[in-house]
Design a protein around this ligand. Structure first.
Ligand code: PMP
Length: 446
């Protein structure tokens, strides 16, 4: 009997034995094409030698040193590398162990930024419905995934508020242009700030490309520019959660480059470590850092594994691999080919409502009715069935069922390693098609 506490207590999982490139193999010898990088993590595939070697050689030197005593060469070099490529104004990096720690740190830093200057009344944080910022209680309260939140109500904080997401295909009004829609939903931020009182709002947090909850949905052009303007107008900090969409996933190191804006704080994880070591980071503006430095001089936060030297050494090697192999350009090119292949294979399918995304971050949204865009009944578990059938067929895709209130439908997220080959695009299509058919057959029968 296993003593591991699994995600799903009834699931019987194969045991992973080895990884090579875009594939994983289980102990029975079955191979799986990892078309989602786990959860958009394994951006360099499963055996990125230079990254593994960098971790090993750091482990041989020193594995761990607590950040209240030491900094380390890999942490310093990685921070320099990231800041040289970060959005304008971003000047400091705070290394953590994953995405939730990064968003928790960001929210606390935003609060402390204001308490340091006697503006402790700025306690509210505004986020968007259908977003995900992590599973720890603060991040969960910020996130707008109703299904993930449902069992934990009341959530810890009364200071989190939500506005509409930006998903034109699903919620644009008939006759409304994408730009007009984007400005309309961005203006909900201003309305919410005014409702709460601008002097009480600390930050707005959003994913530039919404990942796990909506399935690779970028905002329409102009949306984030308007969001930036509104934040500036009211002195509200803009936190971007690029945990899933950052670090090259969209073809840009920072996803917000495509939106032409700079945040005050940006959170990254997943692809930062490529899965070789657990690592995340929160990057903040020089101004925020200066305020802490000139104030208490101490960010009232911390985790045991901050700036873990082996994790930082691995990440630095990930960043070098991306640059030396020109992987951002490759992600953009392969991403366009993947989008075209998905459209050609499934664009006309009766249950496929939308295929979208950026770079190697693509989502397929399934609908019961293409005309009305009505989602499937969440009880049918379409996305979970597709995941199961695809996995049985040797393909890993990341599914998300409709949220409990049925606001958005089932979708499948495809986020393969950046080294994906064209032949593997064909393999994704060949294996995904039958998996979709078998899962949808149950919906037709219902
Ligand atoms: N933010 C986003 C956008 C995410 O996609 C995730 C993970 N899916 C998180 C935060 C939380 O990251 P972690 O699971 O590493 O805590």
């Amino acid at each position: 009997m296993s003593h591991v506490f699994p995600r799903h207590t009834k699931a019987v999982l194969p045991t992973v034995a080895a990884g090579d490139g875009c594939y994983l193999t289980d102990t029975a010898g079955k191979r799986y094409l990892d078309a989602c990088g786990g959860a958009a993590v394994s951006c360099l595939g499963h055996t990125p030698r230079p990254v593994i070697d960098a971790v090993k050689s750091q482990l041989d030197r020193v594995a761990y040193a607590h950040t209240s005593f030491f900094t380390s060469e890999p942490a310093e070099e990685l921070a320099d590398h990231l800041i040289a490529r970060a959005p304008e104004g971003i000047g400091r990096v705070y290394f953590v162990s994953g995405g939730s720690e990064a968003t928790e740190s960001a929210i606390k830093l935003a609060r402390q930024f204001f308490t340091e200057q006697g503006e402790g009344a700025r306690r509210h944080v505004i986020a968007r419905w259908q977003s995900y910022h992590g599973n720890t209680l603060g991040a969960l309260a910020a996130g707008g995934n109703r299904w993930r939140r449902a069992q934990f109500q009341p959530l810890l904080t009364g200071a989190m508020h939500h506005i509409a997401p930006c998903h034109y295909w699903r919620w644009g009004e008939p006759g409304e242009s994408p730009e007009a829609y984007g400005l309309r939903v961005a203006d909900e931020l201003e309305a919410k700030i005014l409702e709460l009182g601008p002097e009480t709002v600390a930050a707005f947090i959003a994913e530039p490309v919404v990942g796990a909850t909506m399935g690779a949905v970028p905002a329409v052009p102009g949306y984030f520019k308007r969001i930036r303007e509104i934040c500036d107008r009211y002195g509200v900090l803009l936190i971007l959660d690029e945990v899933m969409c950052g670090m090259g996933r969209t073809g840009y190191l920072f996803a917000c480059e495509a939106d032409g804006i700079s945040p005050d704080i940006v959170c990254i994880a997943k692809g930062l470590g490529a899965g070789v070591q657990p690592i995340g980071a929160m990057l903040c503006s020089d101004e925020i850092y200066r305020r802490i430095e000139e104030g208490s001089g101490f960010f009232q936060h911390g985790h045991t594994y901050l700036g873990h030297p082996a994790a930082c050494a691995g990440s630095l090697a990930v960043m070098r691999e991306i640059e030396q192999n020109d992987l951002l350009a490759r992600v953009r090119q392969t991403g366009d080919k993947l989008q075209a292949a998905l459209e050609a294979a499934f664009g006309q399918h009766w249950a496929v409502g939308d295929i979208r995304g950026r770079g190697l971050f693509r989502g397929i949204e399934l609908v019961a009715d293409k005309e009305t865009k009505a989602p499937f009944d969440s009880g049918l578990g379409i996305a979970a069935k597709i995941k199961k059938a695809a996995f049985a067929n040797g393909l890993m895709v990341y599914p998300m069922g409709g949220t409990v209130d049925g606001q958005n439908g089932d979708h499948i997220l495809i986020a393969p390693p950046f080294i994906l080959e064209e032949a593997q695009i064909a393999e994704i299509i060949d294996k995904l098609g039958p998996a979709m058919e078998s899962a949808l057959a149950s919906a037709r029968a219902a």
